[in-house]
Design a protein around this ligand. Structure first.
Ligand SMILES: Cc1cc2nc3c(=O)[nH]c(=O)nc-3n(C[C@H](O)[C@H](O)[C@H](O)COP(=O)(O)OP(=O)(O)OC[C@H]3O[C@@H](n4cnc5c(N)ncnc54)[C@H](O)[C@@H]3O)c2cc1C
Length: 390
């Protein structure tokens, strides 16, 4: 019998070849989220990767399911990213949602009938998430009233639920954070104008505003006290998912440049016969192999004490490698690399976007640096030259 992950990876590959690759340029021109495409992904099981079978999901582990974005990322990194965020919300719903919320929503999310996204960023707090302003007030009847604003909300106006991180007091720090699922139709929920982005125009992005939005306590996904830890776990999954999508992007860049270099005639031979070209593409191939090993190790570490730092290693290394890959492969193709039809410009912009979203490269370095400080504390003493430790 075929392993379930092999079946899902084969379906993701066919979705990429038949739906994403032939249409992504048209999606970008239209500037509209291709709901018919995500419906097709849903029919293949790609919207319920980690949801248990009882909720209509595929029941995959994070370590296995995250590999799907490598396949989707061969077609488009932003599309892969949006589906990864939906799957993380579905995972959170099934794992942490109230029974009432699961009964109402879990199957619809897992089946892709409904889409969800995660909203933590605010205009004044991106990397500095602790500086969050959005507040939930807990009312006498248990409902929550939410006021504030989020920024860079993906699937803005398209998702059916926004898994939103809020603070519940004016106390500084993170202890009062919580996550609540806000339905798209909630009174007082509005969106700002669409951001005008370069190369992932079909992904609706905007600010999201809450003015006295009242939400049932059934919709609490992470209660006060678990909001920070749960959100960090969601972000770790997102970081590794992005690294997975980047590997797909690198493979597409490499294969495009290879096929071009194989057929480009120059100096009485082929572009690919030049040592310098082979070395450039060889470096991309090495980066791709290393990136794959790293994100898969990080995916398997999620949920263990090593998860956060492994996710940071993957998010630090792989999108940077993808930026290098897209630029190198463009260079290999000379002027042709700049022509729209080869898609290299799109891959360059996407790889840069993937360095920023869900924790920038620099924030990954901060996480790794803190882990190294901790590790240093456990190391045996070494000799410090006289006067150096004072
Ligand atoms: C396409 C796209 C989709 C997105 N979708 C979502 C979404 O669906 N939901 C959501 O919540 N958010 C989303 N985001 C937001 C994203 O997660 C933030 O953009 C990201 O966390 C960075 O925040 P910022 O843009 O405010 O940058 P800032 O935090 O202002 O950072 C500016 C610069 O300072 C650097 N920096 C920050 N701290 C340090 C430090 N300690 N040391 C050194 N340098 C530092 C950063 O690396 C960066 O280079 C999306 C972003 C993009 C681009």
């Amino acid at each position: 019998m075929e392993n379930p992950i092999d079946t899902i990876l084969a379906r993701a590959k066919s979705h990429c070849d038949e739906v994403i690759k032939p249409n992504v340029d048209a999606w970008n021109k239209a500037g509209i989220w291709p709901r018919d495409a995500s419906d097709k992904a849903a029919a293949l099981g790609l919207t319920g990767l980690y949801a248990p079978v009882e909720w209509g999901g595929q029941g995959l582990s994070l370590g296995d399911g995250i590999r799907v974005y490598e396949e989707l990322g061969k077609g488009d990194g932003a599309y892969a990213f949006a589906l990864s965020m939906h799957n993380i919300c579905t995972y959170a719903c099934c794992g942490f949602g109230t029974e009432a919320f699961k009964e109402k929503v879990a199957k619809k999310l897992a089946s892709g009938e409904m889409l969800a996204n995660f909203a933590i960023t605010e205009p004044q707090s991106g990397s500095d998430a602790g500086n969050m302003y959005s507040r939930a007030k807990i009312n006498g009847d248990g409902t929550w009233t939410i006021n504030g604003a989020k920024a860079w909300v993906s699937l803005a106006g398209e998702a059916d639920y926004y898994f939103t991180v809020v603070k519940t007091s004016d106390e500084p720090g993170h202890k009062d954070m919580a996550m609540i699922a806000i339905p798209a139709g909630a009174e007082g929920l509005t969106f700002g104008p669409r951001y005008d982005t370069a190369s992932y125009n079909f992904l609706p992005l905007s600010e999201m505003y809450f003015k006295d939005v009242v939400v049932s306590e059934d919709n609490i996904i992470l209660p006060i006290g678990q909001g920070l830890q749960g959100s960090l776990m969601a972000i770790d999954i997102a970081r590794v998912s992005i690294a997975s999508g980047c590997c797909g992007l690198m493979e597409t860049a490499l294969d495009t440049a290879l096929a071009y270099a194989r057929d480009r005639k120059m100096f009485k031979g082929r572009n690919l016969d030049l040592d310098g070209i082979q070395w450039m593409l060889g470096d991309v191939a090495t980066d791709l192999e290393a990136s794959r090993l790293l994100y898969r190790a990080a995916a398997n570490a999620l949920g263990t004490p090593e998860g956060p730092v492994m996710a940071a290693h993957a998010k630090r290394f792989v999108p940077d490698a993808a930026v290098r890959a897209a630029n190198t492969c463009t260079q290999v193709m000379g002027g042709s690399g700049l022509l729209q039809e080869y898609g290299m410009d799109r891959l360059s912009r996407l790889s840069q976007m993937l360095r920023i979203v869900d924790g920038t490269t620099e924030i990954s370095r901060v996480v790794i640096g803190r882990a190294l400080q901790k590790r240093a504390e456990g190391l045996p003493a070494v000799r410090i030259p006289k006067g150096y430790g004072e």
